[in-house]
Design a protein. Structure first.
Length: 101
């Protein structure tokens, strides 16, 4: 297997961390949708900086408060269709939160 390829196909929800030569830093993004035909994926950029990802688990970063997952907007179950439309546009910066209560 080549090092520039993932060990398995990407899936929605995967978090991908890479070192950006242009930025001179590590960046992380979460896959939000995949278009197999166009061979592209939509991602949500995560605000993160720190040690090389291979040395620190994402859950550990979150537990320490070092992983910032901003909330873009909160929706009630009654507004689920609106939340889904917004998610499909990919225009939000941050997570969409659905409250069930």
């Amino acid at each position: 297997m080549r090092r520039d390829q993932p060990p398995r196909p990407l899936a929605v929800g995967d978090v991908v961390a890479v070192h950006s030569e242009a930025l001179g830093a590590w960046t992380a993004s979460q896959v939000t949708s995949i278009n197999v035909v166009a061979k592209c994926a939509a991602v949500l950029e995560l605000d993160w900086c720190g040690p090389e990802p291979a040395t620190v688990a994402i859950a550990d970063l979150a537990a320490r408060g070092d992983l910032d997952l901003p909330i873009a907007r909160r929706f009630t179950l009654a507004d689920l269709a609106e939340a889904h439309r917004l998610l499909e546009t990919g225009s939000q910066r941050g997570k969409l939160v659905l409250t069930l209560a």
